[in-house]
Design a protein. Structure first.
Length: 168
């Protein structure tokens, strides 16, 4: 019963957001991966591959997280590994993402009922020097092998907003 409720909400969420996402001219790539049993195992390392064609453009890379309100922590540590088209590691960083208010426990992010979506700016103002396929691998870095309540993770790559020129 619980799985059907989550599946229905996921479909409803996608149906409502899909038209909006299709209208985003800044988006270069965005994909989310549902996690088995709505739990993120330390062995499960979702990989995301995206194409960069314009090497003169500056990009922002976001991480998407969907969690149930029953998730047992207020935060999430995740590590990323970014590799370039030649397979060389470009960056590896540990990210600290806040999913709930640490004092009140109130869920942050967008959501309805007991499911919440978050988008974190993980790699701002990135330059990709070589055109081709880049790969980001995400892994959870908490002190627990399996994190129940983390339902999906994803990556979004968007053209970074240009700042207006400063006035003299």
């Amino acid at each position: 019963m619980m799985t059907l409720r989550f599946a229905f909400r996921r479909r409803l969420w996608l149906a409502l957001l899909l038209p909006l996402a299709a209208c985003d001219p800044a988006r270069v790539y965005e994909t989310n991966t549902d996690l088995p049993d709505y739990s993120w195992s330390v062995q499960n390392k979702p990989a995301f591959e995206f194409q960069i064609e314009d090497t003169t453009q500056v990009y922002d890379v976001y991480f998407n997280v969907r969690n149930a309100s029953a998730y047992g922590y207020y935060n999430l540590y995740a590590k990323h590994t970014l590799t370039d088209p030649q397979g060389r590691v470009r960056s590896q960083l540990l990210h600290h993402m806040i999913l709930m208010d640490p004092k009140t426990g109130e869920p942050l992010g967008d959501g309805t009922g007991d499911i919440f979506d978050h988008q974190f700016l993980a790699l701002p103002k990135q330059r990709f020097g070589t055109a081709g396929t880049y790969r980001i691998v995400l892994e959870q870095y908490m002190r627990q092998d399996v994190l129940p309540g983390i339902m999906a993770v994803g990556v979004r790559v968007a053209k970074a907003a240009e700042k207006p020129a400063a006035k003299p």
